[in-house]
Design a protein around this ligand. Structure first.
Ligand code: OFO
Length: 168
């Protein structure tokens, strides 16, 4: 059985995962109307879907442990970006924020001596390490590319393979 405090923190995390999905969905929709970045677009759509899966995993866990997972209202995310570079910088910042909120969940699980939840949350800790690494790699590559159009062409060409390599 989840304590009230643990349930509240996990419901907060459900909201953050849902927001993440929306944030990346907005990036995907914006990228889709930019010329020539079909794979970047696919990457954002895929990332949005992954965040929805993170949210669902939490919802099932809370309900299975005798709690009640609440589906949150969500603010509208940022809809447009000055450049692809800005979108990826926002992605990294967002992932760092998610990692902090996972850490808060871990802290509460230790305070509450809820070792089952702590064990469940380790999956998210590992996931955040990967996602931050992926976001940093993308940002580093974009920094190198600068305004070089052929570099951007290759970035779009390689983005799906880069993300598969880091996530393995
Ligand atoms: Fe990338 O945020 Fe979910 O965990």
């Amino acid at each position: 059985m989840l304590s009230k405090k643990m349930q509240k923190q996990l419901n907060e995390q459900i909201k953050i995962e849902a927001e993440s999905s929306q944030v990346y969905l907005a990036m995907a929709s914006w990228a889709e109307i930019q010329p020539g970045i079909d794979n970047v677009t696919a990457f954002f759509y895929q990332h949005s879907e992954e965040e929805r899966q993170h949210m669902l995993k939490l919802i099932h866990f809370v309900n299975e442990r005798g709690g009640f997972a609440t589906v949150p209202a969500l603010p509208q995310p940022q809809l447009t970006f000055p450049s692809i570079k800005h979108a990826f910088a926002a992605l990294l910042k967002h992932e760092e924020f998610v990692s902090e909120s996972i850490n808060k969940c871990i802290e509460v699980s230790l305070e509450e001596k809820d070792y089952a939840t702590n064990n469940f949350l380790q999956w998210y800790v590992a996931e955040q390490i990967e996602e931050e690494a992926l976001a940093r790699t993308m940002n580093d590559k974009l920094e190198l590319i600068g305004d070089d159009k052929s570099g951007m062409y290759l970035f779009d060409k390689d983005i799906l393979t880069i993300s598969i390599d880091i996530e393995q």
